[in-house]
Design a protein around this ligand. Structure first.
Ligand code: KG4
Ligand code: ZN
Length: 345
Protein backbone atom coordinates (compact mmCIF):
# COMPACT_ATOMS: atom_id res chain seq x y z
CA UNK A 1 0.00 0.00 0.00
CA UNK A 2 1.41 3.42 -0.99
CA UNK A 3 0.52 6.60 0.89
CA UNK A 4 1.28 10.12 -0.28
CA UNK A 5 1.91 12.18 2.87
CA UNK A 6 2.03 15.94 3.38
CA UNK A 7 3.62 17.80 6.32
CA UNK A 8 3.36 21.60 6.69
CA UNK A 9 2.99 22.08 10.46
CA UNK A 10 5.94 24.46 10.87
CA UNK A 11 8.72 25.61 8.54
CA UNK A 12 9.21 22.62 6.24
CA UNK A 13 7.05 21.95 3.20
CA UNK A 14 7.41 18.19 2.95
CA UNK A 15 5.82 15.53 0.74
CA UNK A 16 6.62 11.82 0.77
CA UNK A 17 5.44 8.56 -0.66
CA UNK A 18 5.73 5.65 1.76
CA UNK A 19 5.10 1.96 1.06
CA UNK A 20 3.51 -0.22 3.74
CA UNK A 21 4.58 2.18 6.48
CA UNK A 22 8.20 1.09 6.28
CA UNK A 23 9.72 2.00 2.92
CA UNK A 24 10.37 5.55 1.70
CA UNK A 25 9.71 5.85 -2.05
CA UNK A 26 9.99 9.65 -2.20
CA UNK A 27 11.01 12.20 0.43
CA UNK A 28 10.84 15.84 -0.64
CA UNK A 29 11.66 18.51 1.97
CA UNK A 30 11.70 22.21 1.18
CA UNK A 31 13.07 23.96 4.24
CA UNK A 32 12.25 27.61 4.94
CA UNK A 33 15.01 28.02 7.53
CA UNK A 34 17.00 30.53 5.48
CA UNK A 35 13.95 32.83 5.30
CA UNK A 36 13.17 32.67 9.04
CA UNK A 37 16.79 32.92 10.20
CA UNK A 38 16.93 36.69 9.82
CA UNK A 39 14.01 37.03 12.25
CA UNK A 40 15.57 34.73 14.87
CA UNK A 41 12.73 32.20 14.69
CA UNK A 42 9.77 31.00 12.64
CA UNK A 43 7.42 33.81 11.51
CA UNK A 44 4.00 32.11 11.15
CA UNK A 45 2.71 34.40 8.38
CA UNK A 46 5.82 33.84 6.26
CA UNK A 47 5.62 30.09 6.91
CA UNK A 48 2.04 29.87 5.59
CA UNK A 49 2.81 31.93 2.50
CA UNK A 50 5.87 29.86 1.66
CA UNK A 51 3.93 26.61 2.06
CA UNK A 52 1.39 27.92 -0.46
CA UNK A 53 4.19 28.78 -2.89
CA UNK A 54 5.95 25.43 -2.54
CA UNK A 55 3.33 22.74 -1.97
CA UNK A 56 2.41 22.15 -5.61
CA UNK A 57 6.01 21.70 -6.72
CA UNK A 58 6.80 19.41 -3.76
CA UNK A 59 3.83 17.13 -4.56
CA UNK A 60 4.84 17.08 -8.25
CA UNK A 61 8.40 16.18 -7.33
CA UNK A 62 7.27 13.32 -5.07
CA UNK A 63 5.05 12.03 -7.85
CA UNK A 64 8.12 11.68 -10.08
CA UNK A 65 8.85 8.57 -7.98
CA UNK A 66 5.40 6.93 -8.22
CA UNK A 67 2.40 7.80 -10.36
CA UNK A 68 -0.76 9.13 -8.74
CA UNK A 69 -2.69 6.01 -9.88
CA UNK A 70 -0.49 3.85 -7.62
CA UNK A 71 -1.26 5.93 -4.53
CA UNK A 72 -3.80 4.26 -2.22
CA UNK A 73 -4.38 7.08 0.30
CA UNK A 74 -3.52 10.69 1.06
CA UNK A 75 -2.19 11.56 4.53
CA UNK A 76 -1.62 14.94 6.15
CA UNK A 77 -0.48 16.37 9.48
CA UNK A 78 -3.46 18.25 10.92
CA UNK A 79 -1.98 19.23 14.29
CA UNK A 80 -0.36 20.34 16.46
CA UNK A 81 1.50 23.20 14.80
CA UNK A 82 1.02 26.69 13.36
CA UNK A 83 -2.60 27.04 12.26
CA UNK A 84 -1.93 28.87 8.99
CA UNK A 85 0.88 26.47 8.09
CA UNK A 86 -1.21 23.38 8.90
CA UNK A 87 -4.13 24.75 6.88
CA UNK A 88 -2.10 24.76 3.67
CA UNK A 89 -1.30 21.05 3.94
CA UNK A 90 -4.79 20.09 5.13
CA UNK A 91 -6.52 22.04 2.34
CA UNK A 92 -4.20 20.59 -0.30
CA UNK A 93 -4.63 17.03 1.00
CA UNK A 94 -8.41 17.36 1.12
CA UNK A 95 -8.47 18.73 -2.42
CA UNK A 96 -6.27 15.92 -3.71
CA UNK A 97 -8.25 13.22 -1.88
CA UNK A 98 -11.53 14.64 -3.16
CA UNK A 99 -10.36 15.01 -6.76
CA UNK A 100 -8.88 11.51 -6.89
CA UNK A 101 -11.53 9.89 -4.66
CA UNK A 102 -8.80 8.38 -2.47
CA UNK A 103 -9.11 7.93 1.30
CA UNK A 104 -7.79 10.73 3.54
CA UNK A 105 -5.94 10.10 6.82
CA UNK A 106 -5.24 12.95 9.27
CA UNK A 107 -2.04 12.40 11.27
CA UNK A 108 -0.95 13.72 14.65
CA UNK A 109 2.49 15.31 14.26
CA UNK A 110 3.93 13.56 17.32
CA UNK A 111 2.64 10.22 16.10
CA UNK A 112 4.63 10.98 12.95
CA UNK A 113 7.85 11.67 14.85
CA UNK A 114 7.53 8.33 16.63
CA UNK A 115 6.86 6.50 13.34
CA UNK A 116 10.03 7.97 11.75
CA UNK A 117 11.78 5.10 13.52
CA UNK A 118 9.76 2.45 11.64
CA UNK A 119 11.20 3.66 8.33
CA UNK A 120 14.73 2.67 9.29
CA UNK A 121 14.44 0.05 12.02
CA UNK A 122 12.47 -2.74 10.39
CA UNK A 123 12.67 -4.92 13.50
CA UNK A 124 11.12 -2.22 15.71
CA UNK A 125 7.54 -2.84 16.85
CA UNK A 126 5.52 -1.63 19.84
CA UNK A 127 5.45 -1.85 22.80
CA UNK A 128 8.26 0.57 23.67
CA UNK A 129 8.93 3.78 25.56
CA UNK A 130 9.43 6.84 23.36
CA UNK A 131 11.05 10.13 24.32
CA UNK A 132 9.71 12.74 21.87
CA UNK A 133 11.86 15.86 21.98
CA UNK A 134 11.42 18.66 19.45
CA UNK A 135 10.97 22.39 19.08
CA UNK A 136 7.38 22.20 20.26
CA UNK A 137 7.18 18.99 22.30
CA UNK A 138 8.77 17.12 25.16
CA UNK A 139 6.86 13.95 25.89
CA UNK A 140 7.60 10.59 27.42
CA UNK A 141 5.16 8.24 25.73
CA UNK A 142 4.34 4.63 26.39
CA UNK A 143 3.71 3.32 22.87
CA UNK A 144 1.49 0.32 23.55
CA UNK A 145 0.54 -0.53 19.97
CA UNK A 146 1.02 1.28 16.65
CA UNK A 147 -2.06 3.36 17.44
CA UNK A 148 -2.35 3.29 21.23
CA UNK A 149 -0.35 5.81 23.21
CA UNK A 150 -0.13 6.78 26.87
CA UNK A 151 1.56 10.02 27.85
CA UNK A 152 3.54 9.30 31.01
CA UNK A 153 5.45 12.59 31.23
CA UNK A 154 5.54 15.97 29.53
CA UNK A 155 6.99 19.44 29.90
CA UNK A 156 5.21 21.83 32.21
CA UNK A 157 6.53 24.86 30.31
CA UNK A 158 9.06 25.11 27.45
CA UNK A 159 9.82 22.28 25.05
CA UNK A 160 13.44 21.20 25.15
CA UNK A 161 14.10 22.34 21.55
CA UNK A 162 12.64 25.74 22.44
CA UNK A 163 15.11 25.98 25.36
CA UNK A 164 17.96 25.07 22.99
CA UNK A 165 16.87 27.75 20.51
CA UNK A 166 16.53 30.42 23.22
CA UNK A 167 19.88 29.63 24.80
CA UNK A 168 21.45 29.76 21.34
CA UNK A 169 19.94 33.19 20.81
CA UNK A 170 21.35 34.36 24.15
CA UNK A 171 24.77 33.23 22.90
CA UNK A 172 24.28 35.06 19.60
CA UNK A 173 23.79 31.90 17.51
CA UNK A 174 21.32 31.83 14.64
CA UNK A 175 18.04 29.89 14.47
CA UNK A 176 17.73 26.93 14.70
CA UNK A 177 20.13 26.93 17.61
CA UNK A 178 19.97 23.25 18.63
CA UNK A 179 22.54 21.92 16.13
CA UNK A 180 24.83 24.92 16.80
CA UNK A 181 24.76 24.42 20.58
CA UNK A 182 25.39 20.70 19.98
CA UNK A 183 28.54 21.48 17.95
CA UNK A 184 29.76 24.25 20.27
CA UNK A 185 29.21 22.10 23.39
CA UNK A 186 31.63 19.51 22.03
CA UNK A 187 34.46 22.01 22.52
CA UNK A 188 33.43 23.20 26.01
CA UNK A 189 33.73 21.98 29.60
CA UNK A 190 30.35 20.59 30.68
CA UNK A 191 31.26 20.81 34.38
CA UNK A 192 32.37 24.44 34.33
CA UNK A 193 29.00 26.01 35.21
CA UNK A 194 26.32 24.41 37.40
CA UNK A 195 22.92 25.01 35.85
CA UNK A 196 19.79 23.69 37.60
CA UNK A 197 18.33 20.28 36.81
CA UNK A 198 14.66 21.07 37.40
CA UNK A 199 12.41 18.29 38.70
CA UNK A 200 15.22 15.73 38.33
CA UNK A 201 13.84 13.41 41.01
CA UNK A 202 10.27 14.60 40.80
CA UNK A 203 8.11 12.20 38.75
CA UNK A 204 8.27 12.02 34.96
CA UNK A 205 7.28 15.55 33.94
CA UNK A 206 9.86 18.04 32.74
CA UNK A 207 10.53 21.79 33.11
CA UNK A 208 13.01 23.71 30.99
CA UNK A 209 12.09 27.37 31.49
CA UNK A 210 14.17 27.59 34.71
CA UNK A 211 17.38 26.45 33.07
CA UNK A 212 16.76 28.77 30.12
CA UNK A 213 16.45 31.73 32.54
CA UNK A 214 19.48 30.53 34.50
CA UNK A 215 21.58 30.65 31.33
CA UNK A 216 20.26 34.12 30.49
CA UNK A 217 20.99 35.37 34.04
CA UNK A 218 24.46 33.85 33.96
CA UNK A 219 25.30 35.48 30.62
CA UNK A 220 23.88 38.88 31.65
CA UNK A 221 25.63 38.68 35.05
CA UNK A 222 28.98 37.97 33.41
CA UNK A 223 28.45 40.81 30.93
CA UNK A 224 27.72 43.24 33.81
CA UNK A 225 30.95 42.18 35.47
CA UNK A 226 32.65 42.74 32.13
CA UNK A 227 33.85 39.14 32.12
CA UNK A 228 34.41 37.46 28.81
CA UNK A 229 31.85 34.70 28.24
CA UNK A 230 33.10 31.28 27.25
CA UNK A 231 30.20 30.32 24.97
CA UNK A 232 31.43 26.74 24.54
CA UNK A 233 31.41 26.21 28.32
CA UNK A 234 27.91 27.72 28.61
CA UNK A 235 26.66 25.49 25.77
CA UNK A 236 28.28 22.36 27.22
CA UNK A 237 27.02 23.02 30.77
CA UNK A 238 23.48 23.80 29.58
CA UNK A 239 23.45 20.70 27.40
CA UNK A 240 24.71 18.49 30.23
CA UNK A 241 21.85 19.58 32.54
CA UNK A 242 19.23 19.02 29.86
CA UNK A 243 20.58 15.68 28.65
CA UNK A 244 21.02 14.40 32.23
CA UNK A 245 17.35 15.16 32.99
CA UNK A 246 16.05 13.58 29.77
CA UNK A 247 18.19 10.46 30.16
CA UNK A 248 17.58 10.03 33.89
CA UNK A 249 13.79 10.16 33.64
CA UNK A 250 13.54 7.98 30.53
CA UNK A 251 15.80 5.24 31.94
CA UNK A 252 14.10 5.46 35.35
CA UNK A 253 10.67 4.95 33.82
CA UNK A 254 11.88 2.05 31.67
CA UNK A 255 13.45 0.28 34.66
CA UNK A 256 10.44 0.91 36.93
CA UNK A 257 8.09 -0.52 34.32
CA UNK A 258 10.32 -3.29 33.00
CA UNK A 259 10.42 -1.78 29.50
CA UNK A 260 13.19 -3.23 27.36
CA UNK A 261 13.09 -0.86 24.38
CA UNK A 262 13.57 2.91 24.34
CA UNK A 263 13.05 5.02 21.19
CA UNK A 264 14.05 8.65 20.62
CA UNK A 265 12.12 10.90 18.24
CA UNK A 266 11.88 14.57 17.17
CA UNK A 267 14.43 17.22 16.21
CA UNK A 268 16.36 17.09 19.50
CA UNK A 269 16.82 13.33 19.04
CA UNK A 270 19.52 14.46 16.58
CA UNK A 271 21.54 15.73 19.55
CA UNK A 272 24.86 13.90 19.79
CA UNK A 273 25.09 14.12 23.56
CA UNK A 274 21.53 12.84 24.10
CA UNK A 275 22.19 9.93 21.74
CA UNK A 276 25.47 8.92 23.37
CA UNK A 277 24.32 9.44 26.96
CA UNK A 278 21.12 7.49 26.38
CA UNK A 279 23.12 4.79 24.55
CA UNK A 280 25.50 4.21 27.45
CA UNK A 281 22.71 4.23 30.06
CA UNK A 282 20.56 1.90 27.98
CA UNK A 283 23.44 -0.52 27.42
CA UNK A 284 24.28 -0.49 31.14
CA UNK A 285 20.69 -1.47 31.90
CA UNK A 286 20.23 -4.03 29.11
CA UNK A 287 17.75 -1.85 27.25
CA UNK A 288 17.56 -1.64 23.44
CA UNK A 289 17.82 1.88 22.03
CA UNK A 290 16.63 3.15 18.64
CA UNK A 291 16.70 6.60 17.09
CA UNK A 292 16.24 7.83 13.50
CA UNK A 293 19.10 9.05 11.32
CA UNK A 294 19.59 12.81 11.55
CA UNK A 295 17.43 13.73 8.53
CA UNK A 296 14.43 11.81 9.90
CA UNK A 297 14.67 13.39 13.39
CA UNK A 298 13.57 16.81 12.17
CA UNK A 299 10.27 17.42 10.37
CA UNK A 300 9.61 15.38 7.22
CA UNK A 301 6.62 13.78 5.53
CA UNK A 302 7.93 10.21 5.40
CA UNK A 303 7.23 9.92 9.13
CA UNK A 304 3.66 11.10 8.45
CA UNK A 305 3.27 8.45 5.73
CA UNK A 306 4.43 5.74 8.11
CA UNK A 307 2.11 6.82 10.93
CA UNK A 308 -0.76 7.13 8.44
CA UNK A 309 -0.27 3.54 7.29
CA UNK A 310 -0.76 2.17 10.81
CA UNK A 311 -3.75 4.46 11.40
CA UNK A 312 -5.22 3.38 8.06
CA UNK A 313 -4.97 -0.34 8.80
CA UNK A 314 -6.46 0.35 12.24
CA UNK A 315 -9.48 1.79 10.41
CA UNK A 316 -8.84 5.51 10.80
CA UNK A 317 -10.35 7.62 7.99
CA UNK A 318 -10.74 11.38 7.90
CA UNK A 319 -13.42 13.19 5.92
CA UNK A 320 -13.78 16.59 4.28
CA UNK A 321 -14.40 18.22 7.68
CA UNK A 322 -10.76 17.55 8.66
CA UNK A 323 -9.39 20.85 9.94
CA UNK A 324 -6.07 22.26 11.09
CA UNK A 325 -5.98 21.75 14.86
CA UNK A 326 -3.06 23.77 16.27
CA UNK A 327 -3.46 22.54 19.85
CA UNK A 328 -4.34 18.95 19.06
CA UNK A 329 -4.07 17.33 22.48
CA UNK A 330 -1.66 14.48 22.93
CA UNK A 331 -3.02 11.56 24.85
CA UNK A 332 -6.32 13.22 25.71
CA UNK A 333 -7.77 9.73 25.73
CA UNK A 334 -4.93 7.57 26.98
CA UNK A 335 -6.99 4.39 26.85
CA UNK A 336 -7.34 4.51 23.09
CA UNK A 337 -4.85 7.20 22.13
CA UNK A 338 -4.58 9.01 18.86
CA UNK A 339 -6.89 6.69 16.97
CA UNK A 340 -9.73 7.95 19.12
CA UNK A 341 -8.72 11.52 18.48
CA UNK A 342 -8.79 10.90 14.73
CA UNK A 343 -12.18 9.28 14.92
CA UNK A 344 -13.58 12.22 16.84
CA UNK A 345 -12.97 14.75 14.11
O1 KG4 B 1 11.04 18.06 15.15
P1 KG4 B 1 11.45 19.42 14.71
O2 KG4 B 1 12.05 19.56 13.34
O3 KG4 B 1 10.25 20.41 14.75
C1 KG4 B 1 9.23 20.39 15.72
O4 KG4 B 1 8.32 19.54 15.61
O5 KG4 B 1 9.33 21.22 16.64
O6 KG4 B 1 12.48 19.96 15.81
C2 KG4 B 1 13.16 21.16 15.67
C3 KG4 B 1 13.96 21.43 16.94
C4 KG4 B 1 14.58 22.81 16.99
O7 KG4 B 1 14.31 23.38 18.26
C5 KG4 B 1 16.07 22.54 16.82
O8 KG4 B 1 16.90 23.50 17.44
C6 KG4 B 1 16.19 21.18 17.50
O9 KG4 B 1 15.03 20.47 17.07
N1 KG4 B 1 17.38 20.44 17.09
C7 KG4 B 1 18.38 20.10 17.94
C8 KG4 B 1 19.38 19.45 17.16
N2 KG4 B 1 18.93 19.39 15.87
C9 KG4 B 1 17.71 19.99 15.84
N3 KG4 B 1 18.53 20.32 19.26
C10 KG4 B 1 19.66 19.87 19.84
N4 KG4 B 1 20.65 19.24 19.18
C11 KG4 B 1 20.56 19.02 17.84
N5 KG4 B 1 21.56 18.39 17.19
ZN1 ZN C 1 8.24 18.11 14.54
Amino acid sequence: MQILAIETSCDETAVSIVKNGRETIANVIDSQIEKHKIFGGVVPEIASRMHIEKINACVQEALNHASLETIDAIAVTYGPGLVGALLVGVAFAKGLAFATQKPLVGVHHIEGHIAANYLEHHDLKPPFLCLVVSGGHTHLINVKTYTTFEIVGKTKDDAVGEAYDKVARTLGLQYPGGPKIDRLAATGDADSIKFPKAMLNDGYDFSFSGIKSAVLNYVNGEKMKEHEINAANVAASFQKSVVDILTHKTIKYAIANNIKTIVLAGGVAANSSLRSNMRSQATANNINLYYPSLSLCTDNAAMVGSAAYYSYIAGVRSNMSLNATPNLVVGAKPATGFAALHNNI
